[in-house]
Ligand binder design. Structure first.
Ligand SMILES: NC(=O)c1ccc[n+]([C@@H]2O[C@H](COP(=O)([O-])OP(=O)(O)OC[C@H]3O[C@@H](n4cnc5c(N)ncnc54)[C@H](O)[C@@H]3O)[C@@H](O)[C@H]2O)c1
Ligand SMILES: O=P(O)(O)OC[C@@H](O)[C@@H](O)[C@H](O)[C@H](O)CO
Length: 397
């Protein structure tokens, strides 16, 4: 019998065992040889993961294949903080896919896990995988603030953790009710992670694209994939479509989405110097992904959380404001924002809040500023106020 220590199996704690958690980030970490620990607040999901030894990621559409994921465990982060902290203390990697607004809620447990790491442990790699610009920076700020409460100053956090921003791209629709843990996804994926924070000790995750500067990647992704996707959802919803592929099959909706993407292309080319034909090829590829009729993605999922999507640095106001500041056209983006203001989905808490705001007694200017974060001095301000006024026509004051 050998006295050699058993080989260390790398562990990854992933927050959010939902669509992108099981269907993308979890899959790539599993394939990279990590023992996966899913952390989530949904008790039935945690029980299902602990009771089911494996699930399958089904890639649907051209070139798709099936991939099994196994060897994971799951912890309820709402009820078992001690168990969660122990796992983070012993982990190599922590990732999240919970939604940008939830990061502040997962940060305290990560901070406690960082504080509980054994002396001499390699730094924990922390990477938020959310649709938001520099989501890991948002998470890091919350972790540092919670770590201070655990007696860890910034130097101590630096010695125990490395934070890297990422951009994740794979369309994972809402899964069929009763479909168990299996996930249907599109075949395409891209996970770009900034390399510099890791020095020469980056985690080995096959499939990741390591980049020197994430800024252009995340803006290109958010302002092309997500701006185009949300435009298809809001214009599609107004045209009566339920599925994103049906929205794209409507020639009028498609033309409006293409006009939006022509504007964000102009911005990305001007700002980052992307070659116009390269950006056009990226746009064309993305429109093909949206049109994938085998992917049961809905305008309701893609349009979810309209207040987040209409906020200052998000997929509409972000590029539209920069275009206006450069004296460039943003008419198609403004039209998409008008369609977003009409998004009315009873199961979506933000859509309900948006419609309540529009029906409230606040002035058009007050609402425009509250929703978009654009103040009176901004070149887009008056046009956004006009959009809000249009969206309120016919509503009781
Ligand atoms: N679905 C996609 O196509 C896609 C693609 C790229 C990026 N994203 C991003 O990934 C993130 C997750 O999206 P999704 O589509 O997987 O959503 P989802 O709703 O399917 O999954 C989110 C999961 O987070 C869990 N959760 C909520 N609060 C939590 C908490 N406090 N602690 C732990 N878990 C918590 C939920 O229970 C749910 O299981 C979002 O930021 C989204 O923008 C999604
Ligand atoms: O997740 P959201 O709500 O920010 O945006 C909805 C979709 O556009 C999004 O989930 C895409 O499917 C995904 O970003 C593709 O990579």
């Amino acid at each position: 019998m050998s006295d050699a220590p058993a080989e260390h199996q790398k562990t990854a704690v992933h927050f959010g065992a939902g669509n992108i958690g099981r269907g993308f980030v979890g899959l790539l970490l599993h394939n990279a040889g990590y023992r996966l620990v899913f952390a989530d607040v949904a008790a039935p999901l945690i029980d299902a993961l602990n009771d089911t030894p494996s699930y399958t990621v089904h890639e649907v559409g051209e070139g798709g294949a099936d991939h099994a994921v196994d060897g994971y465990t799951a912890v309820n982060s709402a009820t078992d903080e001690a168990g969660l902290v122990d796992r983070i203390a012993a982990a190599d990697v922590v990732t999240t896919a919970v939604g940008p607004n939830i990061l502040k809620f997962v940060a305290p447990a990560i901070a406690r896990g960082i504080a509980a790491r054994p002396a001499g442990a390699a730094p924990l790699a922390v990477m938020a995988c959310e649709n938001a610009i520099n989501a890991t920076d948002i998470l890091e700020k919350e972790i540092r603030s919670a770590a201070a409460g655990e007696g860890l100053d910034d130097g101590a956090v630096d010695a125990r953790a490395v934070f890297a921003n990422t951009a994740v791209d794979r369309i994972v629709p809402t899964q069929e009710a009763g479909g168990g843990l299996d996930v249907r996804v599109e075949p395409y994926f891209e996970w770009a992670i900034e390399k510099a924070p890791f020095g020469d000790a980056a985690p080995d995750i096959p499939g990741v694209t390591w980049v020197d500067s994430l800024g252009p990647y995340i803006e290109r992704k958010l302002f092309t994939v997500n701006t185009g996707h949300a435009s298809a959802a809001y214009f599609g919803r107004r045209a009566g479509a339920e599925k994103i592929s049906d929205a794209l099959a409507d020639l009028d909706v498609r033309a409006k989405v293409e006009a939006v993407l022509a504007e964000t292309k102009a911005l990305l080319v001007a700002k980052y110097g992307f070659a116009p034909e390269q950006q056009q090829a990226y746009v064309t590829k993305i429109l093909g992904r949206f049109a994938n009729a085998e992917l049961p993605d809905t305008v309701e999922r893609v349009g979810r959380a309209p207040l987040r999507k209409l906020s200052r640095h998000e997929r509409f106001v972000g590029p539209a404001a920069e275009l206006a500041e450069r004296g460039m056209a943003a008419d198609a983006l403004l039209a998409a924002m008008g369609a977003a203001l009409a998004f009315d989905a009873h199961d979506d808490e933000e859509a309900v809040r948006l419609q309540a705001l529009l029906a409230s007694g606040s002035s058009d200017a007050e609402l425009a500023e509250e929703i978009t974060g654009l103040d009176a001095g901004h070149p887009l301000h008056d046009r956004v106020v006009a959009l809000v006024a249009d969206a309120r026509v016919g509503r009781p004051a």
